[in-house]
Design a protein around this ligand. Structure first.
Ligand code: FMN
Length: 198
C-alpha cells in the first residue's frame, strides 16, 4: 500500500473484502474475473457431435477448474456423417430450436461461461441457439470456442454478442479439427490472452 495515513476510519470497506451488495458499479459486466479472483466461478458448456469440441472443452475445464455441462440433444443425431450434414442444414433452414436434454443448475452462480461448439454450415449448430434462448447470461463473461474444418469461427462470436447483449463476450478460440486432440497449448495461450488463465 502506498498510503501513509493510518487514520482510515474502521467503517471504510477494505479494498479486497467482497461485498454482498454491488456498490456504485452500474457497469457490472465490465468487472473482470481478476477483481473477483478466488470467488469467481466458471462453467464450460459445450456441444460436440464427433468429440473434437469435447477435447477442447475438457482442456479448458482442466486448466480453469470450471464446472462442465454437455449440451445433449433430447433427440440424438444420427451417427452417420452424411445424414447429420443434411439434417443440420435442414435445421438451419428451418431456424429450428432442437430441445436440450437436462438443464444447468443455478446458472446464476457463474461469472464466466465458456461456450463451445463445432462449426456447422458456417454457423453454430441450432441447439446452441436453444441454449442461448434458454439462459440469460447478462452480466457474465462469455468465452466462445469452436472447432471446425476450414471455416474457423465464421460469424459466431458476433452472433453470440447479439444473442446475449448484456454479456461481455471475449475473443473466440478456434481450433482446427485436426489439432483438437492436442489443444492444451492453444487453450493456454487463449486463456492468457483473454485474462482468464488461473
Ligand atoms: C453437420 C456438419 C456441418 C459442418 N459444417 C462445417 C463447415 O461449415 N465448416 C467447417 O469448417 N467445418 C464443418 N464441419 C466440420 C466440423 O466443424 C468439425 O469436424 C468439428 O471439429 C467437429 O466437432 P465435434 O467433433 O465436436 O462435433 C461440419 C461438420 C458437420 C457434422
Amino acid at each position: 500500500s502506498n498510503t501513509t495515513n493510518k487514520e482510515v476510519p474502521s467503517t471504510e470497506p477494505q479494498e479486497n473484502t467482497p461485498s454482498p451488495v454491488p456498490t456504485e458499479n452500474p457497469e457490472n459486466q465490465e468487472v473482470s474475473a481478476e477483481t473477483t479472483e478466488g470467488i469467481s466461478k466458471s462453467l464450460v458448456v459445450y456441444f460436440s457431435w464427433s468429440g473434437n469440441t469435447e477435447n477442447v472443452a475438457k482442456s479448458i475445464q482442466n486448466q480453469t477448474d470450471a464446472d462442465i455441462f454437455e449440451i445433449i440433444p433430447q433427440t440424438p443425431y444420427s451417427d452417420d456423417y452424411d445424414t447429420v450434414v443434411d439434417f443440420a442444414q435442414e435445421e438451419q433452414r428451418a431456424d429450428a430450436r432442437p430441445a436440450i436434454s437436462g438443464s444447468i443448475e443455478n446458472i446464476a452462480q457463474y461469472d464466466v461461461v465458456y461456450v463451445g461448439f463445432p462449426n456447422w454450415w458456417g454457423d453454430m449448430p441450432m441447439i446452441l441457439y436453444t441454449f442461448f434462448d434458454s439462459y440469460d447470461l447478462s452480466g457474465k463473461t462469455i468465452a466462445p470456442f469452436c472447432t471446425s474444418g476450414g471455416s474457423g469461427l465464421s460469424n459466431t462470436v458476433n452472433e453470440i454478442k447479439s444473442l446475449e447483449s448484456g454479456a461481455a463476450v471475449t475473443k473466440g478460440l478456434h481450433i482446427g479439427s485436426s489439432s483438437s486432440s492436442n489443444p492444451e497449448h492453444a487453450v493456454k495461450a487463449w486463456l492468457d490472452e483473454i485474462g482468464l488463465a488461473k
